[in-house]
Write a protein that binds this ligand. Structure first.
Ligand code: HEM
Length: 472
């Protein structure tokens, strides 16, 4: 027995025996390396189907390549790494950057249904009741119904035409004092007042304090709603919840302030509201405001709650104020820098007696400034390019020309195109028809600072101060 045991021990210490014992380990290693090789090959095959990417850092991905002006960083990255499409990883979040009309058409029109949703946002969830607005709601039945309500009842051509007559006299008063005015502030309060008037009606919006409260709330909410939040890029941080607690607390404070204002307004309207069998679209009263229309629409859209109404009203503030004001301010800057174009526009306005015939102030970003589609002067403000005989004569802004998408295109295209254009046109026409604009003493138009600040809407960083001279 002892001999057998000794024999066995000898066998074990012999190299052959070790080989025998290690065999399962070798087999496991071989299997692992075969699997790893297969996974690498599959990843390689997948990567072959993915858009090109710049070199990434572990963990961060490409976050370090995106600066404080993401639209500028993305544009220069796309030029270098993927003219049509480029894949970035912002932390854990994959982001596809689309930079040519051909790719924009594929993503926003042909495969629109795949890209029609919005990423989850904690701020939108709290401030926009779910989100139950149109802009942030995920693609689905609720979004479809809310969007239908907005386009068929609120932002109709008829209602836009009623707004065209609003406020021209008051702009005159604001700018006619002769001193330098902060043009951004003037335009912001004009578009805000117009939004207030559309939402709550002429009499409520005349309440100056209320209009200011709305403006302040939009200014306070926009950076949070449009900002990037670290946990969206690094979901594992959400487990600790520290950052989301801060964002949640800020958002809840803002929502309480919105609730207070909107509930009071809806209560006021409800006390005057007389339910009729007439549908919202049949309302004849020229002064009928969005709150009234939504109250009537409750008959047609059974499940429309007060929170849904408040969220939909908020879209007018977040969609309509900053966007139109930014387009206008950028247009005024360009006109100051190009007195030739300003004179032409003023002559046209004055010839038409101040009526509003479509000047097309266009904000052209990214694809919209690519020389391959816009020629050598792509960066220049040349509005004549859109006129008959110009290099972009046939190019429209309503989403059919993929090199120029100021309002987006496809399912999520801006439903406020007509409303936005009416606001921009009426204001621009008034500014150039009734006033000459000059730089403050000692300043030249070429000194105007062009730095930008990123947010839900990209803004000018510096104030634009100009002196209006009332034309006699
Ligand atoms: C000149 C002014 C405006 C510009 C440049 C503009 C631009 C845009 C853009 C680029 C989008 C995103 C489209 C997309 O995701 O593909 C959008 C969406 C939206 N805009 Fe506007 N907009 C303007 C005025 C307005 C106004 C006045 C309103 C409402 C009163 C409005 C309400 C909305 C809403 C609700 C959405 C979200 C649509 C959805 O997700 O289904 N916008 N806008």
């Amino acid at each position: 027995m002892a001999n057998i045991a000794q024999q066995f021990m000898l066998e074990l210490t012999a190299p052959r025996a070790w080989l025998l014992l290690l065999l399962p380990v070798f087999l496991l290693l071989a299997r692992y390396s075969f699997r790893a090789k297969r996974a690498r090959k599959m990843r390689q095959q997948q990567d072959d189907h993915l858009p090109p990417s710049p070199p990434a850092l572990p963990g961060l991905g490409h976050l370090h390549l995106v600066g404080s002006l993401p639209h500028v960083s993305l544009r220069s990255l796309a030029r270098k790494h993927g003219h049509d499409l480029m894949l970035l990883r912002l932390g854990a979040m994959p982001v596809v950057v689309v930079s040519s009309p051909r790719a924009a058409q594929a993503v926003l029109r042909t495969h629109d249904h795949v890209f029609a949703s919005r990423p989850h946002s904690l701020v939108a969830e709290i401030v926009l009741y779910g989100p139950s607005d149109v802009g942030f709601a995920p693609h689905g039945e609720y979004w479809r119904q809310a969007r239908k309500l907005v386009t068929t009842h609120l932002l109709t051509v008829k209602r836009v035409q009623l707004l065209r007559h609003a406020r021209e006299e008051e702009i005159g008063e604001a700018a006619g004092a002769g001193a330098a005015v902060d043009v951004g502030d003037l335009l912001g309060s004009f578009t805000n007042d117009l939004a207030c008037r559309a939402v709550m009606g002429k009499s409520s919006s005349r309440n100056e304090g209320r209009s200011k409260l709305f403006r302040q709330l939009v200014v306070d909410t926009s950076p949070l709603l449009g900002g990037f939040h670290v946990e969206e890029f690094f979901p594992f941080l959400a487990r600790f919840g520290v950052l989301s607690r801060v964002v949640r607390a800020k958002s809840e404070r803002l929502r309480r302030r919105w609730d207070e204002l909107l509930d009071r307004l809806i209560d006021d309207h409800e006390s005057k509201y007389k339910p009729t069998m007439a549908a919202a679209s049949d309302q004849k009263d020229e002064d009928d405001d969005f709150i009234h229309i939504l109250l009537y629409a409750r008959q047609e859209y059974g499940g429309l709650t007060r929170e849904h109404m408040k969220a939909i009203l908020l879209d007018v503030f977040f969609g309509g104020i900053d966007t139109a004001a930014a387009v206008l301010e950028n247009t005024v800057v360009e006109l100051m820098k190009k007195p030739r174009v300003m004179k032409k526009l003023q002559a046209e306005r004055r010839r038409c007696g101040g009526t509003r015939r479509g000047a097309r102030p266009g904000q052209r970003l990214a694809i919209g400034r690519d020389p391959s589609y816009w020629g050598e002067d792509a960066e220049e403000f040349v509005p004549e390019r859109f006129l008959d005989g110009g290099s972009a004569a046939g190019v429209g802004f309503k989403g059919n020309d993929f090199q120029f998408l100021p309002f987006g295109t496809g399912r999520r295209q801006c439903p406020g195109i007509n409303f936005g254009m009416a606001v921009v046109e009426v204001m621009l026409a008034t500014l150039v028809h009734r006033f000459d604009w000059e730089m403050p003493a000692g300043k030249e138009a070429r000194d105007i600072d062009m730095s930008e600040e990123f947010g839900l809407v990209v803004h000018r960083k510096e104030k634009l101060l100009l002196v209006p001279k009332l034309r006699v």
